[in-house]
Ligand binder design. Structure first.
Ligand SMILES: Cc1cc2nc3c(=O)[nH]c(=O)nc-3n(C[C@H](O)[C@H](O)[C@H](O)COP(=O)(O)OP(=O)(O)OC[C@H]3O[C@@H](n4cnc5c(N)ncnc54)[C@H](O)[C@@H]3O)c2cc1C
Length: 373
């Protein structure tokens, strides 16, 4: 195993490149966007994500440029505190149990580590042709160049073109859930020091601190408006949806004013049946298992895929054995995240009936994900 092509430079592709380079395998990324980066607001890094960042050697930097917490506070819609509980951590008492940071900052830290480790990246380029042979994959690129690789990794997200190209009609398509998630970047009041969630009539919202002065607010809308609002309409629509909430939610609501503060997207999920490879082309990250954010684990399992890929390619004697081992280590864990997140999302539509079930399933999922990868 000498040369691996990674298509897509998001969390899974960049983590894979870093992990491969550290094992002495040449990793080349092609990223279709002109700029290698990440857009969006904040990301919540649950215990498995922090553990993965530690394994990738970038945790300290992430914590310095983000925020950490070890406590969850639950409130009712009026803002009355219902419960405070510690979030179990995976890294011991010196580390927070959960982190929050800006997505572009996380991407920058990972991409700098990958390039320092020797990974190469070409932006504004993708795959134009792909031909599999017994011992290699020949790839033609949209910039007119070509290359020969021992393995091609499709890390190109939930609408993966590599998935369509290699698996064709046999691949499932992303499924809509009929839910919409809103996220807004806000100034953090001093009172918000950890994860906070507020349960309103059919709606859930909450805060994740991102740094000394910033936090992001999410809002799960368990139904979708027929059309997503335009950028200009988003602040007013988000404030309107938050109108039933009191407490800190009401205090900060009127600071949601700028279109660029607000991200809104419909939720989709996808789970590829095993195996996620055909010949010498493997799918990782959202290309194989796109989850809804109910467990906030999509990023964690994307990072883990990258780590495990480096480990199995370095340890096994053949590409076939490595890919089989990859599936043994990844399928069940990722299936559980996707299916349990979808179940939680379904129950959110009928929160009054399923509040207790949701608490139990969340707890069981987090306990299972604490196991080593
Ligand atoms: C609303 C929402 C909130 C979320 N919140 C959280 C959270 O708080 N915590 C968490 O852990 N996870 C969260 N997730 C999930 C997480 O963002 C994803 O699971 C994660 O980003 C997947 O990483 P990836 O690298 O597989 O895909 P992506 O991040 O989608 O990266 C794919 C990359 O491939 C590139 N690309 C696409 N097509 C091509 C092509 N043809 N050729 C070359 N490059 C291509 C893209 O430009 C991109 O750079 C959330 C998801 C959603 C939808």
């Amino acid at each position: 195993m000498e040369r691996v092509l990674i298509v897509g430079g998001g969390l899974s592709g960049t983590a894979a490149a870093l992990s491969l380079q550290r094992k002495g395998i040449d990793a080349e990324i092609v990223e279709k966007e002109q700029v290698w980066g990440a857009s969006g607001t904040g990301i919540t890094l649950m215990g498995p994500a922090l553990r993965a960042l530690e394994q990738l050697g970038v945790l300290e930097q992430c914590l310095l440029q983000g925020s950490g917490a070890s406590e969850m506070r639950l409130f009712d819609a009026r803002g009355e505190l219902i419960q405070t509980f510690p979030i179990p951590g995976l890294l011991g008492p010196d580390y927070p149990s959960v982190g929050g940071m800006m997505r572009p900052t996380l991407h920058r830290i990972l991409s700098e580590a990958a390039t320092e480790a020797g990974a190469s990246v070409r932006t504004g380029v993708t795959v134009a042709a792909l031909e599999q042979h017994a011992d290699r994959v020949e790839v033609g690129f949209t910039d007119g160049t070509s290359g020969s690789y021992d393995l091609v990794v499709g890390a190109d997200g939930w609408r993966s073109q590599i998935r369509d190209r290699v698996f064709g009609d046999e691949a499932p398509q992303p499924q809509p859930l009929g839910q919409t998630v809103w996220r807004a970047l806000l100034h953090r009041p001093a009172s918000v020091t950890g994860e906070e969630q507020f349960y309103g009539p059919g709606l859930k919202t909450g805060f994740t601190p991102l740094g000394p002065d910033t936090m992001y607010q999410f809002l799960v809308q368990p139904f979708s408006d027929p059309e997503l609002p335009t950028a200009e309409e988003r602040p007013a629509r988000m404030r309107e949806l938050l109108a039933p909430f009191g407490g800190v939610v009401a205090e900060v609501r009127d600071t949601i004013t700028e279109p660029e503060q607000v991200d809104v997207r419909r939720l989709f999920w996808l789970l590829m049946p095993p195996p996620w490879y055909r010949g010498r082309v493997l799918l990782i990250g959202d290309a194989a298992h796109a989850t809804t954010p109910q467990l906030a684990m999509g990023g964690a399992i994307a990072l883990e895929d990258g780590i495990v890929l480096g480990e199995v390619l370095a340890a096994e004697g053949s590409v076939e054995a490595a890919l089989e081992r990859f599936m043994d280590r990844r399928y069940e864990r990722c299936r559980m995240v996707v299916e349990n997140s979808v179940q939680l999302s379904e129950w959110e539509k009928d929160a009054a009936a399923h509040g207790a079930d949701a608490g139990r399933l969340q707890h069981e999922s987090l306990a299972a994900l604490a196991a080593p990868i």
